[in-house]
Design a protein around this ligand. Structure first.
Ligand SMILES: [Fe+2]
Length: 147
């Protein structure tokens, strides 16, 4: 397999290794210094295997119309990050890195938080955790969240 490299303006390349309705496994190839947007994982729970790189994870909680950072930590590969269905986070990769994500069930309706525009975007299943430049990947917009 030849993993996808990050596209221009996106934090990581995304290669779906296996997927059905019960689960999905995605390999991510990170750009050095890239940060994804704060996001949840739909109704899925997951295990993120950090294969390579040094990551900073920020975990958020909804606080009225704000997203508040409740925890920041550095995670050095090899390591595992677990995410529950309520988990909202972003990740920065300090150097080029790679991670393998296993979610159950498959992620549907992931919310990506656009803090600059104070919007929550529900994105399509093939969109990663970033603000998509293609508006067709935005399934719905919910107003009212900001930094
Ligand atoms: Fe995530």
């Amino acid at each position: 397999m030849n993993p996808a490299q990050p596209a221009e303006g996106e934090p990581y390349g995304r290669t779906v290794v296996a997927a059905d309705e019960d689960h999905e496994m995605i390999l991510m190839r990170w750009r050095a210094g890239a940060t994804c947007a704060p996001h949840d994982h739909g109704d899925a729970s997951g295990v993120i295997h950090l294969l390579e790189g040094v990551f900073t994870e920020r975990v958020y909680a909804r606080d009225g119309d704000r997203l508040a950072i409740v925890r920041t930590r550095e995670v050095v590969a090899p390591a595992i990050v677990e995410v529950g269905a309520e988990h909202i986070h972003d990740m920065r990769c300090d150097r080029a890195g790679a991670s393998l994500h296993v979610y159950r069930p498959r992620i549907h309706g992931m919310r990506v938080y656009d803090l600059a525009r104070r919007e929550v975007l529900v994105v399509s299943d093939d969109c990663g955790a970033w603000i998509p430049s293609d508006p067709a990947l935005v399934l719905a917009r919910e107003p009212g969240f900001g930094p």
